[in-house]
Design a protein around this ligand. Structure first.
Ligand SMILES: O=C(O)COP(=O)(O)O
Ligand SMILES: [Mg+2]
Length: 225
């Protein structure tokens, strides 16, 4: 068995099935992993914190695509991102909604500190264009549209976690499924895309699993178990 690396793992599309339900088969893998486990997600902080709590692992979390980082081992919370710029985009998008008649914008932003998220049911192009006009990053994770600070991502989040844990990003195995995993794939030592990953993640990964979703995650970590 190859020496077990620390793990940085995405949630939606990687630990879950296609409905975003976490597959319970991943729980013992995460709780028994002998090296640090970092949960890195576009979701807001309460979700990865709850996952760590119920799996029984340290809260080592990258939320909001790197906008919010929490390391329980050093009790460090880092919040980074241009929330004001993101809110300006949301307001402009909401105005456009009324003008273009696509109705009330569903801003799925409860508990978010640094970015704006819009449900996939809303029109993509106007939001993408507004984000670009405001110099912000637009991400389609396959589960939601995100408007975020272009200088912040899961890769900068892992660098921040490593500074607290005195580890190197290159030690990590990264597993993910989407364009919001591209930067953490770049800084990790080994990156694996699950078979359901989008084009960006597939192109940026060192290897791709045969299996999809949580089956893909279990396949990705198999060599280390
Ligand atoms: O929040 C999202 O849109 C996707 O979340 P993920 O980064 O855990 O896949
Ligand atoms: Mg994902």
């Amino acid at each position: 068995m190859t020496e077990t690396p620390p793990l940085v793992v995405d949630i939606d599309g990687t630990l879950t099935d296609e409905t975003r339900a976490v597959d319970p088969r991943v729980f013992p893998v995460l709780s028994e992993w002998p090296e640090p486990v970092v949960v890195a997600t576009g979701k807001a902080m309460p979700y990865p914190i709850a996952l760590c709590e119920f799996v029984g692992i340290d809260y080592t979390v990258i939320a909001e695509n790197g906008g919010v980082v929490f390391v329980e081992a050093t009790d460090t919370l880092r919040i980074r991102g241009d929330k004001a710029a993101c809110l300006a985009v949301a307001e402009a998008y909401r105005e456009l909604g009324y003008e273009m008649g696509f109705g009330e914008v569903d801003l799925a932003n409860r508990w978010r500190e640094t970015e704006v998220v819009v449900d996939l049911s809303q029109p993509e192009e106007p939001l993408r264009r507004l984000a670009e006009e405001h110099g912000l990053e637009f991400l389609d994770t396959g589960f939601a549209y995100h408007v975020t600070d272009p200088s912040i991502d899961k890769g900068t989040g892992l660098v921040a976690v490593c500074a607290e844990l005195d580890r190197e990003p290159t030690e990590f195995l990264a597993v993910g499924d989407s364009e919001n995993d591209a930067e953490v794939f770049e800084v990790a030592g080994e990156s694996v895309a699950v078979a359901n990953a989008d084009e960006t993640a597939l192109a940026r990964a060192d290897r791709v699993t045969e299996a999809s979703y949580a089956d893909g995650f279990l396949e990705a970590v198999e060599p280390y178990r």
